[in-house]
Write a protein that binds this ligand. Structure first.
Ligand code: SF4
Length: 350
């Protein structure tokens, strides 16, 4: 069996054409820094971040709507903390709160049930943002709302699905050679979800865990596949990811949600790339369909290029100058899963 030393030696000594591998989720990006993966492989093997930060791709109009709701009489927005600083076309929720908007940070969607039942005079709206990883919990929330007959709690959804985004990247960003599939999302959707993409676009898709050796092994698997001109899906995270995914979570998703075309900040509309409440549950939706997606990206911000893997965060002229986590210009610097924020925290370790 090949040892870790042999793998790193081979990856370090590689001197062929440049290989671009996209790691889709922020947890992998963080782990790549934490484990100094770039220092263990050849500079010809580029590890680049992808579109796996839900907050980063949530459209500005969605934030605008949350801001409007927060400013309405007897209304209150419930949200996770990472949405607070994300700018809409005018304000963020933090700014809305400063001018009188009612916004509460919660740690679980199920906290919303308690908050809403204790204050029947306020209409609460939960900012339901995420990928397939968090969607089942919003299904459970709807289940609770129905069972407990809570009339003052709705959700505003921006729930994205990852495979349409990966299809978009495969179609439009031809220079990406291979993907490290997102670990947490894969637990829910299963690794079979990437088989068709690997075959159709002839690119390796490797599902990996989050430890340093998991990532190195995934990079090596991709390296071998490319060397042999192969392109297949390989699940290297079998302790957590099955072929078909988490059937219980998927059944909750399918019960309450259905796929819809959706707008991704910085990218545009991607077909069937979100999950919206089914029509029979519309009464629990706070208006998640938008007629138009007005976007005014911050001047100079290169979030689009970062999300699509065209540049690294450090190549944005504003990185660590005008744009830092304390004065974030774009959403990729705001969220804990955003590539720019992760690169900022780890600057100097590239
Ligand atoms: Fe946008 Fe800031 Fe990232 Fe540049 S560093 S792409 S301005 S978020």
């Amino acid at each position: 069996m090949i040892t870790l030393q042999q793998i790193t030696r081979e990856l370090k000594e590689y001197d062929g054409r440049e290989i671009k591998i996209m790691e889709v989720c922020g947890t992998h990006t963080s782990s790549i820094f934490k484990n100094g993966i770039r220092s263990l492989i050849s500079p010809k093997i580029k590890l680049i971040s992808g579109p796996g930060c839900p907050v980063c791709v949530t459209p500005s109009v969605y934030v605008d709507k949350l801001v409007d709701i927060s400013l309405k009489e007897n209304h209150c927005v419930l949200t996770f903390g990472d949405m607070m600083k994300v700018k809409g076309n005018e304000h963020s929720l933090t700014e809305a709160a400063a001018i009188g908007g009612k916004v509460k940070v919660v740690y679980s969607p199920l906290d919303a049930v308690k908050i809403a039942t204790e204050d029947a005079n306020t209409q609460y709206v939960f900012a339901a943002v995420g990928f397939e990883t968090t969607t089942p919990i919003y299904g459970i929330l709807i289940d609770e709302i129905i069972k407990k007959q809570i009339s003052n709690l709705k959700i505003l959804t921006s729930l994205k699905t990852i495979t349409p985004a990966l299809t978009y990247i495969c179609e439009n960003e031809k220079n990406i050679d291979a993907f490290i599939a997102p670990g947490h999302v894969s637990v829910i959707i299963g690794c079979d979800a990437y088989k068709e993409l690997a075959e159709k676009y002839h690119k390796p898709f490797v599902v990996a865990g989050f430890e340093g050796e998991h990532i190195l092994a995934a990079v090596y698997e991709i390296f071998l596949q490319l060397k042999e001109n192969k392109a297949c899906m390989k699940n290297m995270y079998i302790s957590a990811v099955s072929d078909k995914g988490n059937m219980q979570a998927l059944s909750v998703i399918n019960q309450y949600f259905e796929p819809k075309d959706d707008f991704w900040r910085g990218i545009g509309v991607i077909e069937k790339s979100s999950l919206r409440l089914k029509p029979e549950y519309f009464q629990y939706d706070a208006g998640s369909d938008f007629d138009e997606y007005k976007e005014s990206p911050p001047k100079g911000c290169k979030c689009k290029e970062v999300i699509l893997g065209r540049i690294s965060p450090a190549e944005c002229p504003l990185f660590a100058k005008q744009c830092t986590p304390l004065s974030a210009v774009g959403p990729c610097m705001v969220s804990a899963e955003g590539a720019c924020g992760i690169w900022y925290k780890n600057r100097g370790r590239e």
